[in-house]
Design a protein around this ligand. Structure first.
Ligand code: ADP
Ligand code: ZN
Length: 218
């Protein structure tokens, strides 16, 4: 099963993908996480990625597509994958369709999350992430705080804030999303596999609720 998480930054893609991974036993692959790991390790890819990510821009398509193509060849995604943050452009979506077709596969479900912009900004500046690469649980200082300040409930590691989770960068990231990623909604609507969900405190529906709805569909 191939699932794609679509949605602007801060809509809860990572939260939903993490819960689906746990409940459905399908591996979550986040291109953002791959880039951040490379930045932390100081690799050549990390240096290039950082120069785009820190400005709220997308990493170029050719680099991103190569990474995903390699990642999809690994054994742990042979039976399925939840792509969290990929594709983010029509060029990437077309490349993914080709890569999957070569292996007799196709995209099964595209989950498109939407959240009002004021809520997105509030969520992103309050977001904290577990620094343990095997955990990466996402917290929110207001909506979903850890029991002990600065510490992950699940694994006890320190919580960190992403460098690009500032009010200024998030506005740029939302613009980038509008210009380059939102056309994918039409792209997948045409393919007929789009599932749309509003994630907002105004209707008391958060990422975990959307994840539960999806799990029930299978
Ligand atoms: P968010 O959805 O909150 O912005 P991600 O972790 O998905 O967070 O992505 C962080 C950053 O990594 C993006 O702002 C972008 O610069 C880069 N990135 C992630 N995925 C892609 C992609 N598929 N194509 C290009 N750049 C990407
Ligand atoms: Zn943790």
């Amino acid at each position: 099963m191939i699932i794609i998480m679509l949605g602007a930054p801060g809509t809860g893609k990572g939260t939903v993908a993490g819960i689906l991974q746990e409940k459905m036993g399908i591996k979550q692959v986040s291109t953002g996480d791959i880039f951040r790991q490379n930045i932390q390790d100081g690799t050549e890819l990390g240096k290039i990625a950082d120069s785009y990510i820190s400005k709220g821009n997308l990493v170029p398509d050719d680099i991103t597509i190569d990474i995903v193509r390699d990642r999809l060849e690994k054994d742990d995604v042979k039976n399925g994958v939840i792509l969290d943050g990929f594709p983010r452009t029509v060029v990437q979506a077309e490349a993914l369709d080709r890569i999957l077709a070569e292996n007799g596969k196709k995209v099964d479900l595209v989950v498109n999350l939407t959240t009002p912009e004021e809520e997105i900004i509030e969520r992103i500046v309050n977001r904290r992430i577990c620094s343990n690469p095997d955990c990466k649980t996402i917290y929110n200082l207001q909506l979903n705080p850890p029991k002990q300040e600065g510490i992950c409930d699940k694994c006890g590691h320190e919580l960190i804030q992403r460098k690009d989770d500032t009010a200024e960068t998030v506005k740029l990231r939302i613009n980038t999303y509008m210009n380059q990623t939102s056309p994918l909604i039409e792209y997948y609507k045409k393919q007929g596999n789009l599932y749309e969900a509003l994630v907002s405190k105004s209707i008391n529906k958060m990422g975990k609720d959307v994840a539960e709805d999806i799990v029930k569909m299978f």
